[in-house]
Design a binder for this molecule. Sequence first.
Ligand SMILES: *Cc1c(COP(=O)(O)O)cnc(C)c1O
Length: 215
Amino acid sequence: MYETLIKELEKSKVKLVAVSKTKPAEAILELYNKGQRVFGENRVQECVKKYEQLPKDIEWHIIGHLQKNKVKHIAPFISMIHSVDSIELLTKINNEAIKNDRTIDCLLQMKIAVEESKFGLDSASLLHMIQSDAIQQLKNIRILGLMGMGSFVSDESISQREFQVLKNQFDRIKKMKILHDSFEILSMGMSGDYKLAIAQGSNMVRIGSLLFGSR
Ligand SMILES: *Cc1c(COP(=O)(O)O)cnc(C)c1O
């Protein structure tokens, strides 16, 4: 599966985050040995444990909702945080990055799904946040793009519309040129909807069950 998927993604220049949450270190190593280096986790404790066990050239991404008091545990090593949804969290990440003498790459999560359970900023809060003075003060984070999760629905036209909303917001913010020069990542698409997401302009997909089997 991995080989076919990675070929398909490379053709469209889309980066793969292999979502390894709940899966054991051996399963991760198996993909690592095939060349995969970027893995995504949604829980801090689990991510720290796997970081300690596994090769140090793995790039770990946090993709799930992140609590401020847990940032300190991942700050020493995390490569990217996809789920930033408030200026308070971003400030916390910046402070912990300073303590570790690092810069931490972040994506802002926008709520695009109609489902109530999904985290993320609505469009107005997102624009408000990126235009705030506070964000300009944070020198140890880089905001490199946006992330969103589509609804879990069988009606593809719903997901398609949600991904379009995120792509439009991404293009709009990119044009404003107020964030980092390399504001270029659009993280959208999972096992069930990654093709649809890529067709709407995604350039980073987060795929778990398709690679590792169901959870
Ligand atoms: C679990 C998860 C994924 C991967 O889901 P699959 O359907 O297994 O591919 C992607 N993104 C987020 C935020 C997740 O929590």
